[in-house]
Design a protein around this ligand. Structure first.
Ligand SMILES: C[S@@+](CC[C@H](N)C(=O)[O-])C[C@H]1O[C@@H](n2cnc3c(N)ncnc32)[C@H](O)[C@@H]1O
Length: 283
C-alpha cells in the first residue's frame, strides 16, 4: 500500500552494534553507576529504539550523539528512566517488615522515627514501610523519605495511585485501613490514604553522586535490590556514603539477594541483610 504524504515514514533502524552498546554501557555507568554486561545488549536496544523513532534517526550512534550533546538536555534523564529496572511490589521480602515492627515495639525514645527508602522506585516500598509504622505508631512521630534516580518511577510514587491488581500484594488489614478503592474515573485503581501521604516525601537522588546534605539522620535506610546493578567499587562507595546518614544505632537494610560481605568492614550484620554501623573494632 502506498503511503499518503501525511503518513509518518519510519526509517529502517540499524541494529545496535557492539561499539554503540559499549557507548551506552559507559554512559550509564558514569551517570548512574549501573554496570550492564553484554547480556543486556538486547534490553538496551529494545528500550532505546523508541527514542530513535522519536527523533526520526536510524542509528544508535546518532542517538548517542543526542544524549551526550547539549541540544536536548532532557534526553539524559529520559535515557536513565528507560535503562533503569524499576521492578518492585508492596510487602516485598516481608521478613524485613516483621523486623521493622519489632524495632518499633522495642524503641524507647520520643525522637521522630525517620526512614529512607533510597531506591524507592515507584513508591511501593516506602508505602509498605509507612503502613507498618502507621499501624504501630499512628499518624504522628515518624517520617519517610523516598528517593530514586528515575523521574518516571518517582512520578508514579508521588501520584500514589496503583492498578487494583497490586492490592493483592497488601495484607487485608492494611488495605482496609490505609488504601482507598478508586471510583468513577479512578475505577480499576486504588490509592494511598492522606494520613500516610502526609508523612512521606519523594526526591530525585542519584546514589552515584554526592548525597544530599540536608536529609538529616535516619533510624533505618532501605537500600534494597539496587546494589545488584552496581559493581564492587560503586557498592562500596554507596554503602559507606549512606552510613553517614544513620543514627548511632540506625540500620541499613539490603535485599535478600544482596550482601555487603567483602564490600565494607564498616557495617556489621545483625541479621543476614540488616546492618548497623560498627562503633569500634570490637563490635
Ligand atoms: C529493582 S528497583 C528496587 C525497588 C525497591 N527498593 C525494591 O526493593 O522493591 C531498583 C531501583 O533502583 C534505582 N536506581 C538504579 N540506579 C540508581 C542510582 N544510581 N541512584 C538511585 N537509584 C537508582 C532504579 O531506578 C530502580 O527504581
Amino acid at each position: 500500500m502506498e503511503k499518503s504524504a501525511s503518513t509518518p515514514v519510519h526509517l529502517q533502524l540499524s541494529p545496535l552494534t557492539d561499539k554503540e552498546f559499549a557507548g551506552f554501557q559507559k554512559l550509564i555507568y558514569e551517570w548512574a553507576g549501573i554496570h550492564m554486561n553484554e547480556s543486556k545488549k538486547a534490553l538496551v536496544s529494545g528500550r532505546l529504539m523508541k527514542r530513535l523513532r522519536h527523533y526520526n534517526i536510524s542509528t544508535f550512534s546518532d542517538y548517542l550523539r543526542i544524549v551526550k550533546g547539549s541540544e536536548f538536555p532532557e534526553e539524559k534523564q529520559i535515557m536513565i528512566n528507560l535503562l533503569t529496572t524499576n521492578e518492585t511490589y508492596f510487602f516485598r521480602e516481608p521478613k524485613h517488615f516483621d523486623w521493622l515492627r519489632q524495632k518499633i515495639r522495642t524503641r524507647n525514645t520520643a525522637e521522630k522515627f525517620r526512614l529512607w527508602s533510597a531506591a524507592s522506585s515507584s513508591g511501593q516500598e516506602a508505602y509498605t514501610i509507612a503502613m507498618v509504622i502507621a499501624e504501630e505508631m499512628g499518624p504522628h512521630g515518624w517520617e519517610i523519605l523516598g528517593s530514586d534516580i528515575s523521574e518516571r518511577a518517582l512520578s508514579v510514587a508521588i501520584n500514589a495511585t496503583y492498578p487494583i491488581e497490586q492490592a493483592a500484594q497488601i495484607p487485608e488489614r492494611y488495605l482496609k485501613r490505609f488504601c482507598l478503592k478508586g471510583v468513577r474515573e479512578s475505577e480499576g485503581k486504588f490509592c494511598i490514604r492522606p494520613e500516610i501521604l502526609q508523612n512521606i516525601r519523594f526526591f530525585r537522588v542519584n546514589l552515584n553522586e554526592a548525597l544530599p546534605q540536608n536529609f538529616g539522620l535516619f533510624d533505618v535506610i532501605f537500600l534494597r535490590n539496587v546494589m545488584i546493578y552496581f559493581d564492587r567499587p560503586t557498592r562500596q562507595k554507596v554503602a559507606e556514603g549512606l552510613m553517614h546518614f544513620l543514627k548511632p544505632d540506625g540500620n541499613l537494610v539490603i535485599g535478600h539477594a544482596e550482601s555487603l560481605h567483602g564490600i565494607t568492614e564498616r557495617l556489621r550484620a545483625i541479621k543476614p541483610t540488616i546492618y548497623v554501623a560498627r562503633t569500634n573494632n570490637f563490635t
